[in-house]
Write a protein that binds this ligand. Structure first.
Ligand code: FES
Ligand SMILES: [Fe+2]
Length: 396
């Protein structure tokens, strides 16, 4: 089917859905208040109710491929260690020494615990890959000290499709990672298993520092009303976006002849194994609540993973995943897709930062409005309010 027919069909389906929803259920919804994007009070509440309570993606399993490998990642104002145990399983701990609280390991990925232990730089206490305290130089048993009572503080850890998630809920998570997927605003991520993301590897990574609240970055991701004005190059390749529409169920067709998001829509990389024919000229975007975004193409999955640093500052980690044999092939060069997405990303961050300056205004204290084309932003907002224990306000 040509893209034009495909796009027209998708457009008609979306229009029909809009008519049905707007006639029956859609009401103009209220956004969060301005202070939700700027205040320390909201940030403090978000850390407790969301960042330290929901399953939170911190990276890829491949960064800690072998026993003894570990990485250190921020979660709100905490940092956690995620390690590969001797049995090949994942472990996670607060990055805090059990002696007198010193930050145990340096930030970063792909480190290896020498001799299989984490050694504190202060008084050289050491902890094994299971978090057991195994060395306390100059502290003696006759002091009444029992090492076994002082392990590292554990954090729950799990993985899905090669992504590592931690959960800092005190006393343990209230639901499994898998169960949490059932409450994802955009549906179950298992619907995208044909991309076989667990078998992909990171071929390129860019970290962006964005002067905007993390929710503004997600809101922006969840709508395409802004695409015609902010992304002139993107709407050349994705006709549906020219109309300001997004559709998560069946993806957005690219123009005829295009197979991926590069400047001319083509690439020499092969299609990912496992994809269906109709996936090969589409782009699909998907948010896994709270802060992992999957951008799926025929040849690559580009992910955004957020590390919120405070009310007005977010690190966006952007990683490009490819099959290992594609990365290892001589002449591997992802610059075609990286150049395109880097341009689109910077367009997004610029407008997000601009929104951040506006939502702090006294004029915006009561917030704004979601029309139907912002419905995915609204669904994220609804799930966010559930995390925060806030009642949903009446529509306008
Ligand atoms: S604080 Fe870590 S060994 Fe003393
Ligand atoms: Fe955008």
């Amino acid at each position: 089917m040509s893209t034009e027919v495909d796009t027209q069909e998708a457009f008609e389906k979306i229009q029909a859905k809009q008519h049905e929803e707007t006639a029956q259920t859609w009401k103009l919804r209220r956004t969060l208040k301005g202070s939700a994007y700027t205040s320390m009070e909201t940030w403090e509440a978000e850390k407790e109710r969301l960042l330290y309570s929901e399953w939170f993606c911190v990276g890829r399993e491949e960064e800690i491929a072998d026993p003894g490998d570990f990485m250190v990642r921020p979660v709100g104002d905490e940092t956690v260690i995620i390690a590969r145990g001797k049995d090949g399983g994942l472990r996670s701990f607060y990055n805090v020494c059990a002696h007198r609280g010193t930050k145990l390991c340096d930030d970063g990925a792909g480190q290896h615990a020498k001799s299989g232990v984490f050694k504190c730089p202060y008084h050289a206490w050491s902890f094994d890959l299971d978090g057991n305290c195994v060395g306390t130089p100059n502290v003696h048993e006759e002091e009444g000290f029992d090492k076994s009572t002082r392990p590292l503080w554990k954090v729950a850890v799990d993985s899905w499709e090669g992504f590592v998630f931690v959960n800092l809920t005190e006393g343990g998570p209230t639901e499994t990672l898998n169960a949490s997927f059932q409450r994802n605003p955009e549906g179950d991520p298992h619907a995208y298993s044909r991309w076989n993301m667990k078998d992909l590897r990171v071929g390129y990574r860019i970290d962006y520092d964005v002067a905007a609240n993390w929710k503004i970055v997600i809101d922006n991701y969840n709508e395409c009303l802004h695409c015609p004005s902010v992304h002139p190059e993107l709407v050349q390749l994705v006709p549906l976006f020219r109309k300001g529409l997004v559709e998560t169920e069946w993806g957005a067709s690219l123009i005829d002849g295009a197979t991926t998001l590069t400047l001319d829509g083509t690439t020499t990389r092969p299609a990912l194994p496992g994809l269906e024919e109709h996936d090969k000229n589409k782009y699909l975007g998907f948010l896994l609540y709270p802060m992992l975004m999957l951008n799926m193409h025929s040849d690559c999955v580009m992910i955004y993973r957020l590390e919120p640093r405070g009310p007005g500052h977010t690190t966006v980690v952007s990683e490009y995943l490819f099959p290992p044999e594609v990365i290892d092939a001589p002449g591997f060069d992802p610059s075609d897709i990286v150049a395109f997405w880097d341009m689109v990303s910077r367009q997004d961050w610029e407008i997000c930062e601009r929104e951040q300056t506006g939502v702090g205004s006294r004029a915006y204290a009561e917030g704004g409005v979601y029309p139907w084309n912002d419905r995915w932003v609204f669904e994220f907002n609804r799930r966010y309010r559930a995390s925060m224990g806030e009642a949903e306000p009446d529509p306008f």
